[in-house]
Design a protein. Structure first.
Length: 73
């Protein structure tokens, strides 16, 4: 299914999450998110002193979880 948005809506969509936003999106605690970052399961970028989680990294992490769940069957 394709959802069409106008340009203003597309510009309003985030491409980077701060850690508190990433915790809400993932439904995980701050500690768990930082652990995922530390062990390399959740990719981040830095801008100055701010650690940011790309939206694409969240999608990659979810895909990783789905692959791992499929392997366990």
């Amino acid at each position: 299914m394709v959802i069409r948005t106008d340009r203003r809506e597309a510009e309003a969509l985030p491409v980077l999450y701060r850690i508190p936003e990433a915790t809400r999106v993932l439904g995980m605690s701050r500690t768990v998110v930082y652990d995922l970052i530390r062990v390399g399961r959740l990719r981040t970028v830095k801008e100055g002193r701010t650690r940011l989680v790309p939206v694409s990294a969240v999608a990659e992490y979810v895909e990783l979880l789905e692959r791992e769940a499929g392997e366990r069957r």
